[in-house]
Design a protein around this ligand. Structure first.
Ligand code: AMP
Length: 413
């Protein structure tokens, strides 16, 4: 499985250097149909509250325009059940114009006569934003007729939506078949693949993976898949307690998956056989309630009293993790070390962010991926201080699990 995965990543990289990147196409007089990920958060006034995903698409759109082409942007926004107006792309049109620096036209459908006419009338140098793809249930179903209708809007298909690359939807995967000779990754998607390769295959040793978050069960395949790739692994956050309890520790009321304890022991055994150094927290910030205002105390992680739960890494754990981070040259971080959403339990995650920022400054390559760790690095201001912040939560995890993402395969094939 792992060998196949490595071979597949190498194959993807080879493809990246051959024909599948944006740089290999000249868009002069061409209309690029670009699948972007503009699934951005909106407030009650429909203002975009986090523009990261729009900014991430800018380079690809500008390359098309600078070549002398036109860009047709398609995305989903939220999870509409029908054509609910709150999920309309028209809310984000002015923000996209502002960020890209070119006025963006909007059409209130993504297929059909109106969309086709808007695409036909688009002049070179212009940008058109299509209405929410998920206003049509055919999008998520991967309907070929819907994909074909979309494909008729442009000359070259560009997939730059890493966040949805793990879905075989019409606009992310099925559509590629209608562009056998004219499809490529956008700059963002290419960068995601390259960054992951830099961590898993072309990494400078020692390689460290930091896995946190709440559950072992959601990260188990990731852990097993990357054990062959790393020299050291920090297992922190809520999932550490399953490992501690499995080894006989008393974890009080801390979160634990009893049915995964055997698996945890097996992972520790595998790690030993593979010579991977595992770092578990040695102490925690224990709380008498799952609340920011709870009473807290530092506790040995193997001796947490009943009525208390570990909600953050303790000072000795932070020190150990800092040492591991600083001796490694390649660092992958997925999942917070504590309940960082509450100030009281955010300090372990913040300390780790500082350690990774310092290691990066000293030349290490650091990649942060997965929803909550990305939220944490942004919230605490570490995003500019790490080498790369992945834009895809689920997609990133699936790549780390060794899965082939359909959106990527559809371009690479
Ligand atoms: P995941 O989605 O599995 O990456 O988990 C992220 C969530 O794990 C965050 O919302 C954290 O609040 C939570 N988390 C981290 N550490 C703990 C802990 N010790 N106890 C309970 N939840 C935790």
């Amino acid at each position: 499985m792992l060998r196949f995965y490595i071979a597949y990543l190498l194959y993807l990289l080879a493809k990246l250097t051959i024909m599948t990147t944006l740089e290999h196409f000249n868009f002069k007089n061409k209309k690029a149909l670009i699948r972007v990920d503009f699934n951005v958060p909106l407030d009650d006034n429909f203002e975009v509250t986090d523009t990261t995903r729009i900014e991430a698409a800018k380079a690809t759109v500008l390359k098309v325009l600078e070549d002398g082409g036109a860009a047709i942007l398609m995305s989903h926004l939220g999870r509409p059940k029908a054509q609910e107006p709150e999920f309309s792309m028209k809310h984000i049109c002015s923000k996209v114009s502002e960020i890209i620096g070119v006025e963006v036209k909007y059409v209130p459908n993504c297929v059909g006569e109106e969309a086709q006419e808007a695409a036909n009338n688009l002049e070179m140098g212009e940008i058109l934003l299509l209405e929410n793809l998920r206003y049509h249930e055919e999008e998520k179903k991967g309907d070929p007729a819907f994909a074909k209708a979309l494909s008729q809007l442009g000359d070259i298909y560009v997939n730059d939506a890493f966040g949805t690359a793990h879905r075989a939807h019409a606009s992310t995967t099925i559509i590629a078949q209608f562009f056998p000779e004219a499809k490529c990754f956008g700059q963002l998607l290419a960068k995601e693949i390259e960054s992951l390769d830099k961590v898993l295959n072309n990494s400078e040793k020692p390689v460290l993976a930091i896995l946190g978050g709440s559950k072992v069960s959601s990260k188990i395949t990731v852990i097993e898949n990357i054990l062959d790739k790393v020299d050291e692994m920090i297992i922190g956050g809520g999932m550490a307690f399953t490992f501690i309890k499995a080894q006989g520790g008393s974890i009080g009321d801390s979160i634990c998956e009893d049915d995964k304890m055997e698996l945890a022991l097996d992972i520790l055994k595998q790690a030993k056989e593979k010579n991977v150094k595992i770092h578990l927290p040695v102490d925690v910030i224990a709380a008498n309630d799952f609340s920011n205002d709870a009473e807290t105390k530092i506790s040995d992680i193997t001796a947490i009293e009943d009525g208390w739960q570990g909600l953050d890494a303790g000072p000795n754990s932070r020190e150990n993790f800092d040492a591991a981070v600083k001796r490694c040259k390649t660092i992958l971080w997925n999942g917070p070390l504590g309940v960082f959403e509450m100030d009281t339990f955010s300090h372990g995650t913040i300390a780790l962010g500082h350690s990774i920022a310092a290691a990066t400054k000293n030349g290490a390559f650091s990649l942060v991926g997965g929803g909550d760790s990305v939220a944490a690095v942004k919230q605490f201001g570490f995003a500019p201080k790490v080498s790369y912040v992945s834009t895809g939560g689920g997609a990133m995890l699936e790549m780390l699990e060794g899965k082939t993402l359909p959106g990527i395969a559809a371009i690479a094939e």
